[in-house]
Ligand binder design. Sequence first.
Ligand code: UFG
Length: 329
Amino acid sequence: MNILVTGGAGYIGSHVVEELQKSGFIPIVYDNFSTGHAAAVPEDVQLVEGDIHNTVFAKHIMEQFGIDAVIHFAASSLVGESMENPANYYFNNVEGSLHLLEAMREVGVDKIVFSSTAAVYGEPENVPITENSKVQPTNVYGHSKLMIERMLADYDMAYDMHYVALRYFNAAGASFSCDIGEDHSPETHLIPLILKTAQGVRKHVSIFGTDYPTNDGTCVRDYIHVCDLAVAHILALEHLLKGGTSRVYNLGSENGLSVQEIIKSAKKMTNVDFPVVEEQRRPGDPAVLIASSDKIRQELGWMPAQSNIETIIGTAWRWYQAHPRGYEN
Ligand code: UFG
């Protein structure tokens, strides 16, 4: 089966490409390299430089490679940036996805796994968060992803295009192969920033807020290993290929860890007592985000096997040690 992976040169996309190969699928990566890295794609994978806005080219590629289904990652994904430049997010994410869906519809590709986010829930009323919780994004990034979920539901209703939308909580960790990992520029995520500080590349780790209503006053998140996320994409794809109907699933470990707890684990695992500075809250951060992933466990048999904090930090640390300058070296 030939699977088009938009954004397959990005962090989560490249881990899904690795898992697709392991599972016997043939991934074709479609990426404009605005944030992705060609070096994140194995040499034996077909790599196409293309933009999701280019419907004509996307159609041509889908036909040329006899694409059976699409996994769609290509997107802008920085929460802070989305508030400063909403136009980019509506253009890249919403309009880009519309063009991709149109290309699929015109060539008759009717299955798509979509990379969504826990940001669709905004500040949750209750935790753990189930798929039935109220969706009320507090940032443009979350709004853009929710609008795409809406488009998918409408394409299903009108054109029988089936989808699985996967709402990720905090993706972290790196492949056990150590060949691929997280390399964002700028980096904004907690675990990479901590490990770069442990390496001496950054001077200190900032804790954004110590007055949250949590046990130690710092924000609690649900960290999920990127390889567990990758496996969920294969299960979602197989569900659609078997004729399954459209679904929305949360992907989290169901385990909450505070910023302080992550720092403590990282100090222990790296054996580096790096400097930490307490700062003001970062605007828009909810105090606690923890998933219920019961639905995908029950329906598709997904089991996050690698999402304990030791494995998450251990694999990420190995990646940064082997690639101190990310994909540059
Ligand atoms: N944090 C710090 N210091 C830092 C960076 C982060 O204290 O230098 C804190 C944040 O305040 C937050 C936690 O660490 O409480 C995790 O922050 P990240 O930036 O790593 O991740 P977020 O929870 O903000 O974002 C993640 C995904 C987004 C998604 C969002 C859903 O990366 O794509 O969850 O709410 F939109």
